[in-house]
Design a protein around this ligand. Structure first.
Ligand SMILES: [Fe+2]
Length: 184
């Protein structure tokens, strides 16, 4: 997830702060596979699911159009609120910038995984896709929480934030499940 310029910059800053070469390369390895990688992966999933819901809000059609249009609007607002809080915590806590160029590929991968349609679509299809996406996001948040155990990034506040974001997405999951069961 990190480009070479960013990694070089982080190592340079670490060395300036008195970190020796061996420790700098340890930081590099941790950034490729440790909690930081999971932070960015989760950020990308949260941004992707917000986009997924907003596009569903715009593209849904069918006999339940207005109800579905409003449902996806609610899911979209829930998602953007979570995304904003997560991104600001991320930047504040671990000082990782998240330029669009760094995250766009992973966001696209999530959207390609979750979304199969390219035009106006019936609510049932969009609801099923959104449901699968919500399950993925909740699983990612659980993995992030597990990975943070024993890590210096695990603060009470960050733990609480992850739980809060999971709660928002569990609510979205519930709404989507109710939407599906009420029409089947
Ligand atoms: Fe709208």
């Amino acid at each position: 997830m990190f480009n070479k310029v960013k990694i070089a910059q982080i190592i340079k800053e670490a060395q300036e702060a008195g970190v020796d070469g061996a420790e700098a390369s340890k930081i590099l390895n941790e950034m490729k596979s440790g909690p930081e990688a999971k932070f960015l992966q989760t950020f990308c999933a949260l941004e992707a699911i917000a986009a997924l819901h907003q596009h569903a809000h715009w593209n849904v059609k069918g006999e339940n159009f207005y109800e579905d249009h409003l449902l996806f609007e609610r899911l979209y607002h829930n998602s953007t609120g979570s995304l904003d809080r997560f991104a600001e915590k991320l930047i504040g806590l671990i000082q990782i910038p998240i330029p669009a160029i760094l995250t766009s590929k992973k966001i696209s991968e999530y959207l390609e995984k979750w979304s199969s349609v390219d035009g106006q679509t019936k609510g049932e299809i969009l609801v099923k896709e959104a449901l699968a996406a919500e399950k993925d996001v909740i699983a990612l948040l659980r993995e992030l929480s597990d990975e943070l155990d024993g890590s210096p990034f695990k603060t009470l506040g960050f733990d609480d934030l992850i739980g809060n974001i999971a709660s928002v997405h569990e609510e979205s999951l519930y709404l989507l499940q109710q939407r599906l069961s009420s029409r089947s």
